[in-house]
Design a protein. Structure first.
Lengths: 250, 611
């Protein structure tokens, strides 16, 4: 009898505690783990080159992104300005894209951008961009972009980088970029074919992870119709230069 | 060669100088006094804990830390088995906080996980925790809010058995932790945006040239090819290293040298807890044999070892019996060998013993890729489903073309020569086929372990064949059986997955933010949890609210609250779903948990079926 009473009391206590549990208002409870967003501004190349025509050229190549693991907004800008040549800054590309992580190491981007010479009288080229970026086997960092302008002219820009670790804070980085015109562009004076290749080698020393000055060399060769035009003007189709710059991010 | 020097140099850079030692000392916990404890002490009831933020100034820069009752780590809480614990926690921070009682079996609403157990403790609020203690042993407590655990929101919790017998003349509690002057949010961000940020022990081209010299071009090429194809780093042992951490023993670093006193001839119980956010430690006391008597607070049959690896959130109780009138070094080295912390076990204050020479990083071997021959023998026929991102690495190639791969890193092929000389025991998971998602668990998983296998007989990376007897999970035998000998009615398989490039961590390739509901357990059921590690890292997996009995081939089984799973390992655990409510289940690497390696387990009465 006594035992039975104890048991029923116990059962009542258990069921009331269960009921209390079920009735708890959780509306103001936080999520046990919240998703965080991150961003980064990466100046992959911020450099001055001196080429074999004794010209000094300032070059930048910057990527900024913000978002989660799968979905990001990416801003890419690349361009150069030759010192004392009287010509305006040349914007090779500036675009804003939506980026989606397609597989472990690869993401695809789609966006809009503008390129051309930054002078008031020049007409800038507006384009849509579709990119594939990521890490290929053997740690090759790849950036492949298809640019299509308002006239439907198509350009294909490719960059590949690799980092050899010399020490824990110094790197030797070969870099290859190949620009190809898939179609002619009468308006912007481009003819179909491989336009140029550029090969670079940089020695980079990290001061901290976020700040790494470097020295390097590059060689650039114009090809196809672009080279023919240069030859007609009596210009060299190849160029060699030395580089000093810094890779930094925050 | 230069490796040792450079890691030593880095340690000195990251080490606490006398200046910062001062700032650490201000908050060093008072409970960790050198005498230790000779009898049971019960904390006054109710226990009052005050959570404060406290700035550290160090060389002009300042760091945030959290103190509990003015100490960092927090006070040692002592209870006695059978008593009711009443603990008032007052939040003096500017943000919500919480305390989770790690390893304590209690009602779900007392478990201290904001969003699951309760709403959290708001700034200025006091929350009363109240629960019966029906267990004894060595445990700890820590915040389950944000990244607070990294900045000192943790402390040890010891429960004396009801009969008061601790099986020793004296006891010391040793709480290991990893402290950083960096804001933990900065650490997390650096992991997210810059892979390998904290690793200063990567392979250089000179390591490759050395390999070519030693092993020949073809073998070197074969090995490099595999890692490079997969875009994996064999030296990615720890995500966060001594480059940013100072390792602490009871809140003191190696310079401050925490002291534990003993009388020669005494039997001493060391209660070892790893309260780190991200650091596995290898612990030993040169000159002394340690007899492991409890794992995760639960008694095991005594096993004598000379070194043990303690994963994050685990605890081990060891008995040592120093007879000499001399000091001994308590040495805890981080698994990636980037740093260490030492203390001293000494008969007289002020004595020290030699600090052992530092070891260098060991690279992960092919075993981490699960391509060994043994895995096939154990019935995993599923190697055809290799992730498309993995190169086609067939086993015959492995075994015939690559004979000269460093055997010290592949000791699973040679169990008879293993560390402690014992054969792997037969475990149930050997005969359980493993299933991978058709898509290889998606972008969240950089690899899948094609042939996962039991590795409970292995001491782990960097501890193989080191001449010492090292504790392995297979050594653990429960001191008793735990009352439920039913066969499991179902198997629940979960894969540990990750993508280092974006620092995504998950179960089954799906981050917590992407899952649509909890994992359902039916109240009263007995089930087998199978964990498969599809990553190249070790993960300490923790289940709240219920014990996990490790199926390691021993009887009785040992039971644990945290199980460390090696790369390419599969392990099985038996669970009695006897605790109603919602419970956290996660990787106890703090930043892995926050990156998504977290699930909710919901125990309810019937109705739910998990396929």
């Amino acid at each position: 009898m006594n035992k039975l009473m104890k048991m029923s009391l116990f059962a009542a206590a258990v069921s009331s505690s269960l009921a209390a549990y079920a009735e708890t208002d959780k509306s103001d409870w936080p999520s046990p783990m919240s998703e965080m967003f991150f961003g980064q501004v990466m100046f992959d190349r911020l450099e001055v080159t001196r080429n074999d025509n004794q010209e000094n050229v300032f070059t930048w190549d910057t990527t900024a992104w913000y978002g989660g693991d799968y979905h990001r907004i990416v801003l890419r800008t690349e361009g150069e300005n030759q010192q004392n040549d009287g010509a305006p800054t040349d914007l090779e590309r500036t675009d804003v894209s939506y980026s989606y992580l397609l597989s472990t190491f690869w993401s695809v981007q789609a966006g809009l951008g503008v390129k051309g010479e930054l002078s008031s009288d020049n007409d800038l080229e507006h384009y849509a961009v579709f990119s594939l970026t990521g890490l290929a086997p053997y740690y090759f960092e790849v950036d492949s972009s298809l640019l299509i302008n308002e006239q439907g002219d198509v350009q294909w820009l490719n960059e590949v980088e690799y980092d050899f670790l010399l020490t824990q804070t110094s790197y030797l980085q070969p870099r290859l970029s190949v620009n190809t015109n898939i179609t002619d562009s009468t308006r912007f004076g481009r003819e179909a074919g491989v336009e140029s290749i550029r090969v670079g080698l940089r020695y980079r020393q990290e001061i901290v992870r976020e700040f790494a000055p470097y020295l390097g060399v590059y060689w650039q060769k114009q090809l196809g119709q672009t080279a023919n035009s240069a030859q007609r003007l009596g210009e060299d189709t190849s160029e060699f230069g030395v580089i000093a710059g810094v890779r930094m991010w925050f | 060669m230069s490796e040792t020097n450079s890691s030593r140099r880095r340690f000195l850079c990251g080490a606490v100088t006398s200046l910062s030692a001062m700032s650490l000392y201000q908050a060093a916990p008072r409970w960790a006094h050198a005498q230790g404890t000779t009898g049971g002490v019960v904390s006054n009831q109710p226990v009052a804990l005050r959570i404060d933020q406290r700035p550290f100034s160090f060389n002009g820069s300042s760091a945030k830390s959290i103190t509990i009752n003015g100490q960092m780590p927090g006070p040692l809480l002592r209870f006695t088995e059978g008593q009711r614990a009443v603990i008032d926690v007052t939040n003096n921070l500017q943000e919500d906080t919480s305390i989770h009682w790690h390893g304590i079996i209690l009602p779900a609403n007392m478990d201290g996980v904001p969003g699951l157990s309760f709403a959290g403790i708001r700034p200025g609020q006091t929350f009363r925790y109240e629960f019966d203690i029906n267990q004894s042993g060595t445990y700890w407590y820590h915040s389950h809010s944000g990244l607070q655990e990294q900045i000192g929101h943790l402390g040890p919790l010891v429960i004396t058995p009801a009969d008061g017998d601790i099986g020793a003349d004296r006891e010391h509690t040793i709480l290991l932790s990893d402290w950083s002057f960096e804001d933990p949010h900065d650490i997390f961000r650096n992991l997210k945006v810059s892979e390998g940020y904290f690793n200063y022990q990567k392979r250089t081209i000179f390591d490759t040239l050395k390999d070519v010299e030693e092993k020949g071009l073809m073998d070197t090429w074969q090995v490099r090819k595999m890692w490079n194809d997969m875009r994996m780093d064999p030296r990615d042992i720890a995500d966060v290293s001594a480059s940013v951490y100072t390792y602490l023993m009871n809140g003191r670093d190696s310079v401050m040298n925490w002291e534990a006193l003993f009388k020669p001839g005494e039997k001493i119980r060391l209660r070892l807890v790893n309260g780190s956010a991200m650091t596995y430690f290898d612990f030993r006391i040169p000159g002394l044999t340690m007899t492991v008597v409890a794992a995760d607070g639960q008694p095991v049959k005594p096993v004598a070892v000379e070194e043990l690896r303690i994963a994050i959130a685990e605890s081990y109780d060891v008995i040592v019996e120093p007879v000499g009138n001399q000091a001994y070094t308590l040495f805890a080295e981080s698994m990636d060998r980037s740093g260490f912390v030492r203390g001293t076990l000494t008969p007289k204050a002020g004595l020290t013993a030699a600090i052992p020479p530092r070891r260098t990083i060991t690279e992960r071997g092919m075993d981490a890729m699960s391509m060994d021959h043994e895995g096939m023998d154990h019935g995993s026929k599923d190697h055809s489903k290799m992730n498309h991102d993995m190169p086609a690495m067939d086993h015959s190639k492995m075994n015939h073309d690559m004979p000269s791969v460093d055997h010290s890193k592949m000791n699973h092929d040679m169990p008879s020569m293993a560390h402690s000389g014992h054969m792997p025991l037969k475990v149930p998971v050997n005969d359980i086929p493993i299933h991978h998602d058709e898509d290889g668990h998606g972008p969240g998983a950089a690899m899948i372990a094609a042939n996962p296998r039991s590795r409970l007989d292995e001491p782990g990376l960097g501890l193989e064949n080191n001449g010492r007897r090292v504790l392995v999970y297979q050594d653990l035998v429960g001191a008793q059986s735990w009352g439920d000998e039913r066969e499991p009615t179902r198997n629940l398989e979960l894969h540990l997955t990750g993508n280092m490039q974006r620092y995504m961590w998950s179960f089954d390739g799906v981050k917590f933010s992407e899952v649509d509901g909890p994992i359902h357990f039916t109240h009263g059921e007995r089930l087998r949890l199978i964990l498969v590690n599809d990553t190249m890292m070790d993960h300490p997996i923790h289940l709240h609210g219920m014990w996990m009995e490790l199926e390691n081939g021993q009887s009785p089984r040992p039971r644990k609250h945290t199980i460390s799973v090696k790369p390419a390992e599969k392990v099985s655990l038996l669970i009695t779903a006897d605790a109603m409510g919602e419970w956290a289940f996660h990787c106890h690497l703090l930043y892995h948990m926050d990156a998504g390696m977290f699930r909710v387990v919901k125990v309810s009465h019937g109705g739910h079926h998990h396929e």
